[in-house]
Design a protein around this ligand. Structure first.
Ligand SMILES: *Cc1c(COP(=O)(O)O)cnc(C)c1O
Length: 289
């Protein structure tokens, strides 16, 4: 099994000193070069469930630049599963999909309408394959959230706030659940990377987590996978001062938001803030020029 206990490092920036706050980064990007970040956390209990149910064929879903599919393809090869992915949109090739194929994953491209009904796709193609195991897009679901609770339970110190990027809000759910379970005073704070996704937290509300988290909706930088020169300036600044890479879809938006919030005096002096580096760096390599 992959050792999951990722290190926590303090980030030293003048801004944080001026505002008298301490900001730390939990390096889930260091868990594994490809089964990276929150994608491994979300897969961990999902794969255990597959093994328990005697399933050997993992079937999942994603876009052509999906970090989840990369993690799944590599994990499947590592742990001896067969893997198939439904990829949204017209057939294309790119480096991330090419890697998936290298790991032996089979790709089935489906148009956006068909992609909407994932269970139907699964049934249509694999109702005769009793070894097939459905994994939702992004690794979302109860096993995914359970794995993400460990982001909190493996910490050796307490923090006032824990920040993460929000796509499906499965990671945020796990963090909020662990805060609740352990009676911590910490608040989970998500930076939503999608535009107009005010309902993204329905499953957190259903699970009675309302008091344990907050989602910021003003830092999506134009919407999912949208970027701009300022975001890349930020990635460059951060990389040059720390050596740490951020991806433009998730972690850079999260980290830049924390800087903006610090500028706006959002944090009480003496606050201790933990940011989670949820990985996903392969997506950066494809767009760098
Ligand atoms: C998938 C992903 C996220 C989003 O996580 P959710 O649990 O879907 O909210 C955040 N960061 C990175 C790097 C990701 O790849």
């Amino acid at each position: 099994m992959i050792n999951i206990n990722s290190p926590v490092e303090q980030l030293h920036f003048e801004l944080f000193e001026q505002k008298k706050i301490q900001v730390f980064l939990k390096r889930d990007d260091l868990i594994h070069p490809f089964i990276s970040g929150n994608k491994w956390r979300k897969l961990k209990y999902t794969l255990q469930d597959a093994v328990q149910k005697n399933k050997t064929h993992l079937v999942s879903f994603g876009g052509a630049y999906s970090n989840h599919l990369n993690a799944l393809a590599c994990a499947a090869a590592t742990f001896g599963f067969k893997a198939t992915a439904f990829v949204r949109g017209e057939e294309i090739s790119n480096q991330m999909l090419a890697l998936n194929k290298l790991w032996g994953m089979e790709l089935i491209f489906v148009d956006r309408t068909a992609y909407k009904n994932k269970l139907e796709l699964f049934e249509k193609h694999f109702s005769n394959d009793e070894k097939a195991y459905f994994i939702d897009e992004g690794g979302a679901g109860p096993f995914g959230a359970k794995g993400c609770e460990e982001i909190v339970t493996e910490l050796t110190e307490t923090y006032d706030k824990i920040f993460c990027a929000v796509g499906t809000a499965t990671t945020l759910q796990g963090i909020a659940q662990a805060i609740k379970n352990n009676g911590l005073q910490t608040k989970a704070e998500g930076i939503c990377v999608l535009k107009g996704a005010e309902e993204i937290d329905a499953h957190l509300k259903e699970n009675g987590l309302v008091d344990y988290y907050k989602i910021h909706h003003q830092f999506h930088e134009g919407g999912y996978a949208k970027s701009n020169p300022e975001l890349f300036d930020f990635i460059k600044l951060f990389a040059s001062k720390t050596g740490i890479l951020l991806d433009q879809v998730y972690t850079a938006k999260m980290m830049k938001a924390v800087f903006t919030l610090a500028h706006q005096d959002y944090f009480e002096p003496n606050s201790k803030i933990l940011c989670v580096h949820t990985g996903g760096l392969l997506g950066l390599l494809g767009v760098l020029k």
